[in-house]
Design a protein around this ligand. Structure first.
Ligand SMILES: C[S@@+](CC[C@H](N)C(=O)[O-])C[C@H]1O[C@@H](n2cnc3c(N)ncnc32)[C@H](O)[C@@H]1O
Length: 252
């Protein structure tokens, strides 16, 4: 049964602030991703899959643009899924599945999406698994549909500048924490774990993700473009770049 969460929008807000401390240009990438979706559907309400969608950030922004969009959110984290269900209510289909398993798509309500969008998530998966997942995503897209993956994807040609950009971003982030402008990843989870409604779900999460965070495997953008090409897409390229992050896109 879905637990009753009193203020899902407040949890969403604190999640957004926590994520923006790592990704100050987070909204820029989401806007670029949703612009690409609009280009593919000619502005019609999309059939969209928010893959590893967490609390529902991409789903909420999609529904803000297109209240009639058919949105599906997929994730594995019971606490984030509960927040997504509370925020999205009847406006989206929310499903539990493990992207580490090749049968994840069995959880989907249908398989002809206009777009699969995913952000800051697939670096949780090892290389061979992500290469396989790119091919499996292709199979749930309609012809002409797109997948966009925004994540930490350094530019291969800028190794030293990337280190400097990363150090600069860390200093800015530390400044935000010092000023109390945002919670860190671990502090956000400690806060969620102290909430009586979320606490049992956070305990379940700890069994699913024993370390509590990703292995931080961040290959360069060229790795993603090669893997997407090998997965059989007709067009592959970089949609957006910001610092050491990028969004790669592929067209079925
Ligand atoms: C940093 S969060 C990003 C969430 C959301 N995309 C956003 O930008 O706010 C990473 C997400 O990846 C999900 N995730 C990691 N490994 C997964 C897996 N094997 N299957 C499904 N979801 C997974 C986590 O549960 C989490 O919701």
């Amino acid at each position: 049964m879905t637990p009753y969460i009193t203020e899902p929008s407040a949890w969403q807000e604190s999640w957004d602030r926590q994520q923006e401390a790592y990704l100050p240009d987070r909204e820029h990438r989401f806007a670029a991703m949703l612009d690409a979706v609009d280009a593919v559907t000619d502005g019609a309400p999309p059939r969209l899959l928010d893959l590893a969608g967490g609390t529902g950030t991409i789903s909420l922004r999609t529904l803000h643009r297109h209240p009639d969009a058919r949105v599906t959110l997929l994730d594995l984290d019971p606490a984030l899924l509960a927040l997504a269900r509370a925020s999205l209510a009847e406006r989206a289909t929310v499903v539990t599945a493990d992207l580490a398993r090749a049968d994840w798509a069995d959880a989907l309500p249908y398989r002809d999406f206009d777009a699969v969008l995913t952000a800051t998530a697939l670096h949780w998966l090892p290389a061979e698994r992500l290469a396989g997942l790119y091919a499996e995503i292709r199979d749930v897209l309609r012809p002409g549909g797109i997948v966009v993956n925004a994540d930490h994807m350094p530019d291969d040609g800028l190794p030293e500048l990337t280190k400097r950009l990363t150090a600069w971003a860390r200093d800015r982030r530390d400044g935000r924490y010092a000023a109390g402008a945002a919670l860190s990843w671990s502090d956000w989870w400690a806060r969620a774990g102290a909430d009586p409604t979320l606490a049992p779900l956070v305990a379940q999460r700890q069994e699913i993700y024993p370390t509590g965070h990703s292995p931080e495997w961040n290959p360069p953008v060229s790795w993603h473009l090669t893997a997407l090409t090998a997965a059989g897409y007709t067009e592959v390229g970089t949609l957006w770049r910001g610092g050491s992050d990028a969004a790669v896109v592929a067209v079925r």
